[in-house]
Design a protein around this ligand. Structure first.
Ligand code: CP3
Length: 357
């Protein structure tokens, strides 16, 4: 893979080496949603900004919160502080957060005319604040660890764009899928172009790896997953080439072989997948990321350490594992437990393969 970014300048390139399935002295670790409400300093910066969206749209503050978890824990990567829904917001759908209710759109996509007008935003214009946040975060990191950029998958973005909010059953999305698949395909086509341009712009601005969050692909049937989610992620991946690519479909355990063959360097595993099974099914062609049950973050530290060792044993000593959760950290996570988890990953994985560099 051609990469124009100098990983050699990095003081800690463990993540990039693991994504390339090279041996590392310890298993690299980062946590989905590692910056967030379980950290008191995050809540303080968020209060200073006024709201989550204001925080995400102020590059200096976004960089500040992206670095907060690294100041507490010896993590092997930073992740851009932003949200997957910035893309539909830039398309004009009007993103807002009602306190305690999660994300909503003022203008969800419900009629054919609006869907036909939908266009991919120019990331250097409408999403300039995200690219600024990438640059500021890279600057603040000073080559300590790599910075991960990200986007929602075309299908997961479409879910929120059509439904107008989160949902337990995505009823409006499924109605469109069965009654007017042509309209859903039209949205996914625009989203695939938007996500491609967005990820390439993040890499250009300094992101050293990228991740596609397909949070809702797992709500589809196997055939629909191929048609409405994976085929569009494949299209994105084929056009995003200058950084290692991680694909995570929550609930995608049944389709690991096809996800691994989609054109990514690493597959994210949720907590329902047995790592040994995943490795046997996929082979050594890609790295694996995951897959501690996020509920462990509410357990006492000693109990969490046991679960970390269980996950590391299950992945085994072969190269190509990035330790993470099976989904994002909740606001209820215990800070002492997060600290114990990161510490245990470093300490125990070193013992697992003391021979490596
Ligand atoms: O991992 C990180 O630290 C990077 C930041 C990040 C956020 N959202 C910040 C955030 C990332 C990678 C995301 C991705 C995201 N956002 C996904 C995909 C991953 C997943 O969790 O499935 C999805 C589906 C979203 C959409 C979204 N944004 C939801 C459903 C919510 C509400 C969640 C909740 O718990 O209330 C958000 C808001 C959000 N995004 C917060 C953060 C820190 C909390 C907002 C706050 O501070 O009030």
């Amino acid at each position: 893979m051609e990469t124009h970014l100098q990983s050699t300048d990095l003081k800690n390139d463990t993540l990039l080496r693991a994504l390339a399935r090279e041996p590392t002295a310890h298993t690299p670790v980062w946590l989905m949603r590692q910056a967030g409400r379980y950290l008191p300093e995050y809540n303080a910066t968020r209060a200073k900004a006024g709201s989550f969206l204001k925080l995400a749209k102020t590059p200096a503050l976004a960089a500040e919160v992206a670095l907060q978890p690294l100041a507490r824990f010896p993590l092997d990567a930073a992740i851009l502080f932003s949200d997957i829904l910035t893309v539909p917001d830039a398309m004009g759908l009007g993103l807002y957060f009602a306190e305690g209710e999660g994300p909503r759109f003022e203008r969800p996509l419900r009629d054919e005319a609006a869907i036909m007008r939908l266009a991919a935003p120019d990331p250097t214009a409408e999403l300039r604040y995200v690219l600024e946040a990438v640059r500021e975060t890279r600057n603040a990191l000073g080559n300590r660890v790599p910075l991960i950029g990200f986007s929602g998958s075309p299908y997961t973005l479409a879910c929120y764009m059509i439904e107008g909010s989160g949902s337990d059953d995505w009823r409006t999305v499924k109605e469109m899928l069965y009654a007017r698949p042509d309209l859903l395909h039209r949205i996914l086509d625009v989203n695939a172009r938007a996500v491609t341009d967005y990820l390439n712009a993040q890499i250009e601005a300094g992101a050293q790896a990228v991740m596609l969050f397909d949070t809702w692909g797992g709500s589809l049937t196997a055939a629909q997953y191929e048609e409405f989610s994976l085929s569009y992620m494949r299209r994105v991946l084929s056009q995003v080439r200058n950084a290692p690519r991680i694909v995570f479909t929550k609930g995608g355990g049944g389709w690991l072989e096809s996800i691994a063959a989609s054109g990514c360097e690493a597959v994210g595993l949720d907590w329902t997948v047995a790592p040994g099974d995943a490795r046997r099914r996929i082979g050594a062609s890609v790295a694996l990321q995951g897959n501690l049950d996020p509920a462990v973050l509410s357990a006492p530290p000693a109990r969490a350490r046991e679960e970390v060792r269980r996950v590391l044993d299950a992945f085994g000593a072969a190269p190509g594992h990035v330790f993470n959760l099976g989904h994002g950290i909740s606001p209820h996570a215990r800070v002492d437990t997060v600290e114990a988890i990161v510490d245990e990953v470093c300490a125990y994985s070193r013992q697992l393969r003391p021979q490596a560099r």
